[in-house]
Design a protein around this ligand. Sequence first.
Ligand code: SF4
Ligand code: SF4
Length: 110
Amino acid sequence: MGLFWGIEQPHFYVNEGNISSVLPSNFLPRLDEEQCTGCESCIGSCHIYALSPGQNGEPLLDEEKCIGCGVCVSVCPSGALQLQRKKPLYEIPKDKKEQLRQIAAEKGKL
Ligand code: SF4
Ligand code: SF4
């Protein structure tokens, strides 16, 4: 337990290897390096240790770990982080012909 404003606060421990129960969002934080001051606030805010400091304190993202919660974005004092939508896993076909082409490609027939 830690102290915060004189009140004991629980510590939350995250088992890094066991976050499969958390459904990731479809977003990832993106850094604008021009705006980053290297304060590392974002790095300390990530509960699952998906950020590590680069040479100048800028955050380096481990996309495999990140769940896209946006906490790091909310703590950045300079607006250097933005949440951006991930690329779609699957392109919705425009028409039947495109759908058949996708199916053939998935089956390795193209
Ligand atoms: S979006 Fe959430 S999980 Fe991803 S790096 Fe930021 S704080 Fe960590
Ligand atoms: S909180 Fe913002 S300014 Fe600070 S290191 Fe992270 S991205 Fe850079």
